[in-house]
Ligand binder design. Structure first.
Ligand code: A3P
Length: 295
């Protein structure tokens, strides 16, 4: 019987994959992932935790602005502070308070995150929109250093939906990730995280920025909240990342497009899912999360 990693590669994921902790992971990242648990954590670290494509770039920038106390873009792309990707030395060079982001499970993070009671911000997004966003990324993305110029995913949309539902996409499977994060208070009694929803941020970003600032113990003026919300609008943040920021940590794609800023809307899944795919998705969602798909 084939492993989820083998299934993913057979379906068209062109990255070399391995199984690690029951999750499909890129082979080139496997050694690094084994060391994450032991990374040094500072008392004032802030962790931004997301399932991929849930609005990590957006929220990371907002958190940076809250910490800076003004609507000024961070110098680098968020990948400069990616916990499971950067080396220990690179992470050590970041100024405090660090805003580290991760797609890992709570149980995969360094224990010090919980022992030191770091601030933890968790963002969730409509899973069907995450899936569309991930497909759009992988099916267009050709890493600049890929000599063969092969897209990260060369299979069909249909097969990609299956990979997602069967927990075979790269990284922690969606259901495993969501179940562990929404039950975090059971694993860490009394630990308070700031839980956000991408769709709420789209509806009233100022209100969600205020919630983040209050949680971080860094309240700001209403004018500043508004300025942060404006500076982090989809259009302005895309422009800032692609045209203003230092590009050292930008994972360029071969076509020159960043790709990470695609549409920035809610409900795009309706343009992609067939009725049958949507019904299958809802069924699996309900079985796994014990709640009806809410969108
Ligand atoms: P779409 O592909 O649906 O457009 P992540 O940063 O976790 O990789 O998430 C990427 C998703 O967030 C993409 O979704 C991207 O367009 C969207 N996004 C990025 N910046 C945004 C912003 N300022 N406002 C709303 N959505 C944003």
């Amino acid at each position: 019987m084939s492993t989820p990693a083998e299934k993913a590669m057979a379906a068209g994921v062109s990255v070399d994959l391995v199984m690690l902790d029951g999750c499909v992971q890129a082979a080139f990242l496997a050694d690094k992932l084994k060391t994450v648990k032991y990374l040094p954590i500072r008392d004032d670290d802030i962790l931004l935790c997301t399932y991929p494509k849930s609005g990590t770039h957006w929220t990371w920038e907002i958190l940076n602005m809250i910490v800076a106390g003004k609507a000024e873009y961070a110098k680098h792309w968020q990948n400069s502070a990616w916990l499971e990707y950067r080396t220990e030395e690179e992470l050590e060079e970041l100024a405090s308070p660090r805003i580290l982001h991760t797609h890992l499970l709570p149980s995969q993070l360094p224990d010090a995150v919980w022992d030191k009671r770091c601030k933890v911000v968790y963002v969730r997004r409509n899973a069907k929109d995450c899936l569309v966003s991930a497909y759009s990324q992988y099916s267009k993305q050709i890493w600049k250093d890929n000599p063969l110029g092969i897209r990260s995913y060369t299979g069909t949309w249909e097969a990609f939906v299956d990979l997602f539902l069967d927990g075979c996409l790269i990284g922690v499977p969606y259901f495993k990730h969501t179940i562990e994060w929404i039950n975090i208070s059971e694993a860490h009694k009394g630990f308070e995280i700031c839980g956000l929803q991408y769709e709420d941020m789209k509806k009233d970003c100022v209100q969600e920025i205020r919630r983040m600032a209050d949680y971080l113990g860094r309240p700001l003026s209403d004018t500043t909240y508004q300025a942060i919300s404006d500076a982090c609008s989809f259009k302005k943040l895309k422009h800032a990342n692609e045209k203003i920021k230092d590009q050292t940590y930008h994972f360029h794609w071969q076509d020159g497009s960043s790709g990470y800023f695609r549409k920035g809307t809610t409900g795009d899944w309706k343009n992609w899912f067939t009725v049958a795919q949507s019904e299958r998705f809802d069924k699996v969602y309900e079985e796994r999360l014990k709640e009806t798909f809410p969108y």
